[in-house]
Design a protein around this ligand. Structure first.
Ligand code: HEM
Length: 532
């Protein structure tokens, strides 16, 4: 071009062509592309002398090695994943304008399953909820599910999340986790009774899924499905395992290798035994949501409760199948970044406060864990039928820096916009109205209804025995009897039978119930001693 610059393509080799080539076709080079005779060569002064600082080959090797680890996820650090596809089998365009919900629509997916509390080398068979994340690469951008294998969660106030998670991380002084000392764990739970529904599931027979294939995934939070005219309904998504449910007992789990889930998933896919899940949805109009609160005190914005299936049945949408293992775990699973705020047009967040906080937390974590340009990594990058452009530029690892395109909204080099999918005037902003509250965790008698149903109607005699055994064994490392007395009081609100059996098993007499207790000094709506 007259400036001595050769064609751009020659300049911009970005390893694409080399990446997949088999070793036999590659020449061994330093990171700057200089061919080397052998990886074990070092430059030193004579046969026994010191090494030379000029030896870029050795320094290149070791300094890259020093930087191999990125921070592990602060929660859900241990996991496994795979690729596959989602097919919409049952049209949902009567409720939602998202292209992925039109009958016959297909999109690639990448899934990551995880435990929650453990570090990256911990056991896949821990008694812990399981993470169930899906990146749907829809034709209108990515829709990320960042869900769990249980329909409910421990809390309904996002400010509690770091506290709760810290009780499962290493104690600052003893450096022990809950496996050796359960005091902090039960201390938190006995001060925050809205956790009881999730505790019943966690300590029950479904508390240890067998690997990753035999469990369901539940979005947990209510979302909003919006249609072309701006009308919307609340939605609760479920991914139900076509393999069925399989769980481990405490004894079976103790015998599994730490990577049991990883091996089970990897070899199932490698052997062509592809696992699949059926995507279904429960929906609810805003009016029905108000009635549910008035009649049953179930708040659609509170993920410690489930939506009754009798009133809100599941409607099938499609099937997700995993048929491809990652060829590089770090690039395709460790660096994948799931974010609940990734939603295509037609799917919107509800006002659930925990979801609202998560919309911020995940991309914040990704900028820290992977870097500002994490969306450019191949596993995170959307697959769209249109060419993508925006005004984000620079930052570390800006591999795709949008070339010479204008970096501002230019009239000389204008970018195109999509048509609005809904008339903004039609969108309801008000959602679901109830009393303003600042304490999201106030306890109501209704908080114990669904846990009680588990104990009385779902658990059979054997399941009850195992539940008592699991909880009392877990509590045996709790150093404070006062904590156990409080937790037994919470269990007593679920069932007197449960609490009495636990008293026998632990040898500790619990309190009668929670009406005389305050939790961390307040938030007990059932407190009899005045305003709590
Ligand atoms: C991972 C925060 C509640 C499911 C994470 C990560 C953070 C986080 C920071 C690590 C993200 C990363 O480094 O990529 C929070 C906060 C919560 C919350 C602040 C509440 C206020 C929940 C709930 C669910 C959930 C309610 C499920 C219903 C997951 C899953 C992952 C995860 C599945 C792992 C994602 C993956 O596989 O990469 N969470 N979380 N979290 N969280 Fe949450």
């Amino acid at each position: 071009d007259g400036h001595g610059i050769v064609a751009q393509e020659g300049h911009m080799n970005n390893y694409k062509a080399d990446k997949e080539a088999p070793s036999q076709e590659c020449i061994y080079t330093t990171s700057n592309g200089v061919p080397m005779p052998h990886p074990y060569e070092v430059q030193r002064v004579g046969p026994n002398g010191p090494l030379l600082l000029q030896d870029f080959h050795l320094i290149d090797l070791i300094s890259h090695f020093d930087r191999e680890r990125i921070p592990e996820r602060v929660v859900h650090a241990k996991g496994s994943g795979a690729h596959g596809k989602f097919v919409c089998t049952d049209d949902m365009s009567d409720l939602c304008l998202a292209a992925m919900f039109k009958k016959g629509a297909e999109c690639p997916v990448t899934v990551r399953f995880s435990t929650v509390g453990g570090e990256s080398g911990s056991s896949d068979s821990a008694r812990d909820p399981r993470g169930f994340s899906v990146k749907f690469k829809t034709p209108e951008g990515n829709f990320d599910w960042v869900a769990n294998n249980t329909p409910v969660f421990f809390l309904r106030d996002p400010a509690k999340f770091p506290h709760f998670i810290h009780t499962q991380k290493r104690d600052p002084e003893t450096h022990l986790t809950g496996a050796d000392d359960s005091t902090n764990f039960w201390d938190y739970l006995s001060q925050n009774p809205e956790s009881i529904h999730q505790v019943m599931i966690l300590m029950g027979d479904r508390g240890i899924p067998s690997g990753w294939r035999f469990m369901h995934g539940y979005y947990g939070h209510s979302l909003k499905l919006v249609n072309k005219d701006g009308s919307w309904v609340y939605a609760q998504f479920h991914l139900r395992s076509d393999q069925g449910i399989k769980t481990l007992t405490n004894e079976e789990a103790a015998k599994k290798s730490p990577d049991y889930g990883q091996a089970d998933l990897f070899y199932a896919i490698k052997d062509g035994n592809y696992p699949s899940w059926t995507l279904s949805v429960q929906t609810m109009t805003p009016k029905e949501a108000e009635n549910l609160w008035k009649e049953k005190k179930i708040n659609v914005l509170d993920l410690s409760h489930v939506w009754p299936h009798s009133a809100f049945p599941l409607r099938k949408i499609g099937v997700m199948t995993l048929d491809q293992n990652a060829s590089n775990y770090f690039a395709e699973i460790e660096q994948i970044a799931f974010n609940p705020s990734h939603m295509p047009p037609g799917i919107e967040p509800s006002a659930d406060p925990v979801l609202q906080a998560r919309l911020f937390s995940y991309p914040d974590a990704h900028r820290h864990r992977i870097g500002a340009n994490y969306q450019q990594l191949p596993v995170n990058a959307p697959v769209c039928p249109y060419k993508m452009g925006n005004f984000q530029r620079d930052g570390q690892m800006a591999f795709f820096n949008q070339g010479s395109r204008s970096n501002y909204l230019s009239s000389i080099d204008p970018i195109q916009f999509r048509e609005r999918s809904v008339n903004l005037n039609d969108v309801h902003g008000g959602d679901f109205l109830s009393n303003a509250c600042t304490f999201l965790s106030t306890i109501y008698p209704e908080d114990f209804n669904q846990p009680r149903k588990l104990w009385e109607k779902v658990f059979d005699d054997g399941a009850k025995d195992r539940f008592i055994e699991t909880v009392s064994t877990h509590m045996s490392t709790c150093r404070e009897p006062e904590i156990i007395k409080r937790q037994i009081a919470i269990f007593r609100e679920v069932s007197d039978d449960l609490a009495t059996r636990l008293e026998k098993a632990t040898g500790i007499k619990g309190y009668d119930g929670i009406s005389n207790l305050l939790f961390n000094g307040s938030h007990n709506g059932m407190y009899k001693g005045g305003i709590a």
